[in-house]
Design a protein around this ligand. Structure first.
Ligand code: GLA
Length: 382
């Protein structure tokens, strides 16, 4: 739905002109499963976004509707205790819970939500929903909050209220995205550095068509496996506070104690952090071939050491590897389905996308959706 249509429908139903809060999805270029290990990530915000039309209404409730789930309005009391409902509205309720815990007094209001970020595709539909709702609730409460703080409130909503113990990457990218630049985020210090995207490349996203569901448990299991590995490494070196602090020599010394799974999980995170920083240097030096090779290496590590790929994602990466204009490709986001991100020579995205789609359809029996995206700005409210 267009934003104008959303405004119109809202106006027809509530008899008043709404304001609109928007927040983009994101695609992560490199740095996967590193955010909750205090490491580095490099996402860009994308052109697809969630929009929330909103206005205050009389009463003591938020009246929430999503065009993706149009069956009925959801009514959420403002203030007081909350319980999960087990559906999409938990993301809205989670943000309300998180902001109320930060002393934001949200008045009764109507919120109509529309999004073109595909669900379960690894493009952060949930963070874009949370950040867009957060922007709307702050505006309704006439409460100003720095972008970093809103991003952290959204992360708390998802990890403590909804129950996916995600890291900070997605809400940071959605809230603080920069036009034309990737965001190098140090997830320990939360320092954000904009890294200009070289004009010689474009970013092609290809959807495997396999929907992932992070709340399903594998994601949280990876987190626990990392925590267990940190415990083992700490016994060898008390300075280790997270996998961020581990270098390859300590990792090798700990190999026997870590066990096969712990060792491979830790090896992915240690290698991935190094790859993110090297990839940033490659972009700055416009060494695009080197940058591309790091994407392939990241995919191999996620597939072989972190065990978060699947046959469809592996096929998309292998097909991409056969395309001359593709510099590199990897799964993006949590994994277990969703999308690949492809770094492609500028101008070649549409043709390469068609070729990858045709070959994938031949192998997997379904035609993948795909998008060429530039690095987009973060959330806005007006
Ligand atoms: C999901 C989480 C992020 C991050 C990625 C994996 O997108 O929400 O915090 O952990 O998975 O890199």
């Amino acid at each position: 739905m267009t934003e104008d249509a959303l405004r119109r429908e809202f106006g027809d139903r509530f008899g008043r002109e709404p304001r609109v809060s928007r927040a983009p999805g994101r695609v992560n270029l490199i740095g996967e499963h590193t955010d909750y290990n205090d490491g580095f990530v490099l996402p860009i915000a994308i052109g697809m976004s969630t929009r929330v039309a909103f206005a205050p209404v009389p009463g003591r409730e938020l009246i929430v509707r999503s065009t993706a789930f149009p069956q009925a309005d959801v009514r959420l009391a403002v203030g007081g205790d909350r319980a999960r409902r087990g559906d999409w509205s938990d993301y809205v309720q989670g943000v309300l819970w998180s902001l109320e815990a930060a002393s934001v007094r949200v008045p009764a209001a109507a919120l109509w939500i529309d999004s073109d970020v595909p669900l379960g595709a690894g493009l952060s539909s949930s963070a874009s929903l949370e950040v867009a709702v957060g922007g709307a609730l702050l505006a309704l409460a006439e409460h100003s909050m720095p972008g970093e703080e809103l991003a952290l409130a959204c992360q708390r909503a998802e990890s403590e209220f909804v129950g996916t113990r995600c890291g900070i990457m997605d809400p940071f990218a959605s809230r603080l995205g920069r036009d034309g630049a990737a965001l190098l985020l140090d997830c320990r210090s939360r320092q954000l550095t904009a890294v200009a995207m070289p004009p010689a490349v474009e970013v092609l996203i290809v959807h495997s068509g396999v929907r992932h569901d992070l709340a399903a448990g594998e994601y949280n299991r990876r987190r626990s496996e990392c925590e267990t590995a940190v415990g083992v490494l700490q016994a060898l070196d008390p300075r280790v506070g997270s996998l961020r602090d581990v270098d390859p020599s300590l990792l090798e010394r700990a190999r026997g104690r870590l066990g096969r799974v712990g060792y491979r999980r830790a090896r992915h995170v240690v290698g991935e952090n190094t790859r993110v920083l090297a990839f940033v240097e490659d972009l700055r030096a416009v060494d695009l071939e080197a940058a591309g090779r790091r994407l392939f290496a990241s995919h191999a590590s996620l597939r072989d050491d972190y065990d978060v790929s699947c046959a469809e994602l592996d096929a998309l990466v292998e097909i991409a590897r056969g395309q001359e204009a593709v510099l590199g490709a990897r799964l993006t986001g949590g994994g277990f389905g969703g999308c690949t991100v492809n770094l492609v020579r500028a101008g070649h995205g549409p043709l390469v996308g068609d070729r990858i789609a045709a070959e994938y359809e031949r192998r997997a029996g379904r035609r993948p959706e795909r998008w060429i995206t530039r690095a987009a700005p973060g959330a806005t409210v007006d």
